[in-house]
Design a protein around this ligand. Structure first.
Ligand code: APR
Length: 284
């Protein structure tokens, strides 16, 4: 294509992608070029083969195939509840029993039995292959560690532990007796998840290490996040600013798509990861 025509085509595509909601062309690839899924998988395998330091940023979407509901979109938790009413620290302080009953109890029951799916296993495989160094996850379900990833930054904390609001003693969530709500510490204090509620700070160490990992990588895989919650959604921006490729895996477009990410592989994390790993294994 001649340079001028190429320039206008790019401008036109960017404009269309801004004004046409994804739902009008749900089966289209990441832009209007009709890039096939096969080509995108091949491209991702080539990029991973060339990369030396891959970091993944994951969100709730990677765990949906393990039976854990996402927050936004169809079937998402925030369709049923107003997050400010049940996932804000003020709501918890006002009425811990209500938040336990509406949110935390269900989450505990779901996570007690959840296991990693092919999306998590694919990222663990990438670490085993010597490609992926760090997973930055917004998830609190512990499934990356269960799959075998060894450097997992839990950006929003962890649900594996409950913490006493009075003495900070920690209890393993799976062993916490929830016959009485809210559950209490031996000192009488109320237990809360060792995770970040809306209105709370990101743990300093997680913030600092994530920023560092994002700036040091040469390829960032952004898997299953709507990329609308800050500051997690800034990590791909840091990666991009430092010259890394940014590759999204998500059935939907996000605010990163075409702005920050180099390309989006539109599909479910498990299926896409399986195909990428197969393609990569045949290369190295
Ligand atoms: N594979 C990959 N992506 C998927 C899949 C799947 N099988 N299913 C859904 N998705 C995508 C959705 O298209 C969406 O973009 O996962 C994303 C889930 O978005 P959210 O529910 O907003 O989850 P997340 O981005 O992790 O939310 C960030 O918001 O409420 C807070 O603290 C909560 O950590 C969470 C933060």
């Amino acid at each position: 294509m001649r340079p001028l025509a190429f320039f206008f085509k790019k401008k036109y595509e960017a404009l269309l992608n801004r004004i046409i909601p994804t739902s009008y062309y749900p089966t289209r690839p990441f832009n209007l070029n009709e890039v096939s899924m096969d080509d995108l998988i091949k491209q991702a395998a080539d990029d991973l083969a060339a990369a030396r330091n891959v970091v993944a940023l994951t969100g709730a979407g990677i765990s949906t195939e393990s039976g854990i509901p996402p927050f936004r979109g169809k079937g998402g938790l925030w369709e049923k509840f107003d997050p400010m009413e049940i996932a804000h620290i003020d709501a918890f302080m006002r009425d811990p029993a209500r938040v336990w009953n509406l949110l935390v109890k269900d989450l505990k029951e779901t996570l007690d039995t959840a296991s990693p799916n092919d999306g998590h296993k694919g990222l663990a495989k990438l670490e085993e292959m010597g490609k992926l160094t760090t997973v930055i996850t917004q998830n609190i379900d512990g499934l990356h560690q269960a799959a075998g990833n060894t450097d997992v930054i839990e950006f929003h904390g962890s649900f594996a532990w409950q913490r006493c609001m009075d003495c900070s003693q920690k209890y393993e969530t799976s062993k916490v007796d929830i016959s009485e709500i809210p559950p209490r510490c031996s000192c009488g204090g109320i237990l809360r998840p060792d995770a970040v509620f809306f209105g709370e700070m990101i743990p300093q160490d997680a913030m600092w290490r994530s920023r560092q990992a994002a700036s040091d990588c040469d390829l960032m895989l952004v898997v299953g996040t709507s990329a609308v919650v800050q500051p997690a959604a800034l990590m791909p921006v840091y990666a991009k600013e430092s010259g890394a490729k940014v590759v999204e895996i998500n059935p939907e477009k996000t605010p990163l798509t075409l702005e920050i990410s180099d390309y989006l592989i539109m599909g479910k994390a498990g299926e896409v990861m399986n195909r990428i790993i197969l393609a990569l294994e045949s290369k190295i």
